[in-house]
Write a protein that binds this ligand. Structure first.
Ligand code: NI
Length: 363
């Protein structure tokens, strides 16, 4: 029973960490620092407070008071981080400290006594206290995120109106033992079917936005930015090498790019890495820069894109799921990534350029 307790606690912490990360991933940089008013905390402030608390509580967890002399709680409520990257580093530091300690604990230590501000707690009590405290704040993060994203918010639990279907699915399976977080934590890793769905959705959106613009606007460079046509061309140029890659025989892939020595990042984690690169300001490598404008061939470009994407999907379908994590793939910005990660990139990249087209102002 005791053994179950620590495992269950770890999963619940991981689950709430994921909810926080899925919230951050939906917000732009400015929104991370948005406050409803001067008395209300921004996501950034909540993250600093959580990380500060975690470092204090979980460092030398068994041997020293949970409220460290070096902790400055007041400062946690001031804005000390100014970028997404700093914020993510702070967040990760706190969680690393928590998980390192949890992973080092054994069942026979659960009844030990520890102190927080001189108040005695059993180890179990101290863990329970934090397991209530952190999700309380993560719920605030989610609530703020939802207010900011409005109708674009991607639900983190059961989407509104889907409760009946969800229950029917769950109750259709016999009583069994499974931690309630197993499913979502696993799905944080997108499987092949999910990847294919997302590839199609992101590119369809990109093409639709471009073709909906009036023909003369499709080729206009407004404020020195790429035109819709150029965005579409750029995506075609980026996606084409992928088809070659997925058609290569596996031994050639191994020879050229090697096998991965690590697990694939989760989609959420890869998204964060992607945003960090984008925020640093990246320039497309020459091979992916759109052609010099000659004529508006948007229709042909889109058709070409559709065909390439279709061929890529057909190729991926023959790949066993685990191969996506086994084989490396080259990326001009990220270096070597796994095959799964290059597909994550392709989804995010199409979404990114769809956003760029969306921003093109009419007239
Ligand atoms: Ni790009």
């Amino acid at each position: 029973m005791a053994n179950d307790y620590l495992e269950s606690v770890k999963k619940q912490f991981e689950y709430y960490k994921m909810l926080g990360e899925k919230t951050m991933a939906q917000l732009d940089d400015a929104q991370l620092f948005w406050q409803y008013d001067n008395e209300s905390n921004s996501l950034a402030t909540i993250i600093q407070h959580l990380a500060g608390n975690m470092l204090s509580r979980w460092t030398n967890f068994l041997t020293s008071d949970g409220e460290k002399t070096w902790r400055n709680r007041e400062v946690e409520f001031e804005n000390n981080n100014s970028t997404r990257q700093q914020l993510l580093a702070t967040w990760q530091q706190g969680w690393d400290c928590l998980f390192n300690t949890l992973n080092s604990l054994s069942d026979n230590e659960l009844q030990k006594e520890i102190y927080i501000r001189n108040q005695a707690h059993s180890v179990t009590e101290a863990i329970n206290r934090q397991l209530a405290h952190y999700p309380y704040h993560i719920g605030q993060m989610v609530y703020i995120g939802k207010m900011l994203c409005k109708q674009n918010w991607v639900s983190l639990s059961i989407p509104k109106g889907n409760s009946n279907t969800y229950n029917a699915e769950k109750f259709s399976i016999e009583k069994h033992k499974e931690h309630f977080t197993d499913e979502v934590l696993k799905n944080n890793e997108m499987d092949k079917t999910e990847i294919i769905k997302n590839l199609q959705a992101a590119h369809t959106q990109l093409w639709l936005l471009a073709s909906q613009l009036p023909e003369d606007v499709q080729v206009k460079n407004i404020a020195g930015k790429w035109s819709a046509l150029e965005n579409v061309q750029h995506i075609n140029k980026s996606v084409s090498p992928l088809l070659k890659y997925f058609l290569l025989p596996k031994p050639s892939i191994e020879k050229l790019f090697g096998l991965s020595q690590r697990e694939s990042l989760s989609y959420t984690a890869f998204h964060e890495t992607y945003l960090q690169k984008i925020n640093k300001g990246v320039v497309a490598p020459a091979a992916f820069v759109p052609d010099i404008f000659v004529e508006n061939n948007l229709k042909a470009e889109i058709e070409n894109g559709e065909n390439v994407l279709k061929a890529i999907i057909t190729a991926i379908e023959t790949w066993p799921e685990t191969d996506l994590d086994t084989y490396n793939s080259p990326h001009p910005l990220f270096g070597k990534v796994t095959a799964r990660e290059i597909l994550y990139f392709t989804v995010l990249h199409a979404q990114h350029h769809a956003q760029a087209i969306k921003k093109i102002k009419l007239g």
